[in-house]
Design a protein around this ligand. Sequence first.
Ligand SMILES: [Zn+2]
Length: 496
Amino acid sequence: MSKKVVVAAAGAVAAVGVAIGWKASRGRPRSTAEQGSETRKPFLIDDIDEERFLASLREAIRCRTVVFDDGTYDSDAFDALGEMLVERYPRVHAELDRETFNGHSLLYTWVGSDPRLDPIVLMAHQDVVPVEEDTETQWAAPPFAGATLEGRIYGRGSLDCKGPLIAIFEAVEFLLEQGAEPVRTVYIVSGHDEEVGGENGARVIAEELSSRGVSPWFVLDEGGAVADGVLPAVVAPIALVGIAEKGSMSLKLTAHGEGGHSSIPPRGSAIVRLAGAIAALDASPVPARIDALTPLLDALSDHLPGVLGVLAAKPRAAASLLSRVFTRDVQMDALQRTTMVPTIIEGGVKANVVPQAASVTLNVRIIPGDTSQSVIEHVRSVVGEEIDVEVLAGSSTEASGFSSIDSEGWETLTGVIGEVFPDAIVAPYVLTVATDSRFFEGLSDDVYRFSPFVVDAAALRGLHGTDEFIRTGDARRAVTFFSRLIAVAARMGDSP
Ligand SMILES: [Zn+2]
């Protein structure tokens, strides 16, 4: 998960709220008459060993499972994390089958008693992004020490994604301690290369499960979270659940032109043509798809006052008007259309030589409904035939489809979110970035992206940045969430 995931959604909410005059209310969707200021108590399991969760997370952070952009990593760090899980969660490792893929990616199987029921899949990756050079000293606590400071455990990966990973193990260990037995099979999938695309981890495991004929009832990975007070205008926490994610692609556009000495310059040189193409694309974005925003608007419409509430409740009828409003906000706009932005520009080698070619790399994020091909056609139609358009090798991933918000899987997931985060509005949305869960697209109709942690503005800054942390006070809630979700989804009878 990257910072953009939650930022974009928070931005969406903020744009709606700030632009039209947000009137915050706490609680799940209610009519205006029912709205009050009471805060409901979350359901928490008292017997959960919060200290063990925190100690395990600290130890996990100390394993430097950093994966670099070129795909390299320290194998020993992943071995240490794997061994740590074995040592700290003996019941998990006695009762569940554990398989390893490509050295470090893990698949655990907790076999249910009824093989006719489709299994659930819980996902959380082990790898973390590097800490940017020369920024280690700016952290409140060192990024790989697992230190606790003023109610926060600091560390690279504490939120993305070792917090969720340890919470899942803690939940299964807890359920085993209680003697719980699943009726429905439970899989845990933990990749080791999510931050560099997941090709050797989650993709391989998804293919393996597919070959075994596994068709999950639902899949839950990272992605959304409980966004709370990210902007002062928004008081209500919003449990953002990803029901789809954007695809991505990098395009290289090249312009050609007459070269020569700069003292007698040709007209319409390669650089001038390229500049024209970039400006034309900036002025002609890919058309918006308000459909991608419809589920989020539906969820928030009860909480929006006046005209916007009415419009948001009928997003299809009001599509063009809403779309124009959202176009003014970059974060909101990213949720309604395929975006593209120039990131690398090349051309020319010497101040007095006119280059014969110039090129730009465009990074594209494809909204569900568009495809890499439809985007390339749009680009070609805008820049014309004189500009070469090429897809950079290996850069293209299609957008996911939409998972259901009308299924038993969705009801089960959001029901448990409602128990543990009773004041949150559950809001489905489209992630602007990719997660490992996309490899399960073909296996299950219901692929969801949500982590049971409260993310505020400070927590957001830490994702992939300086001072990543989770609050120690959130530990019991996170473990309760996974315990309840597994117990309910796997039909564990009288279990917690
Ligand atoms: Zn992540």
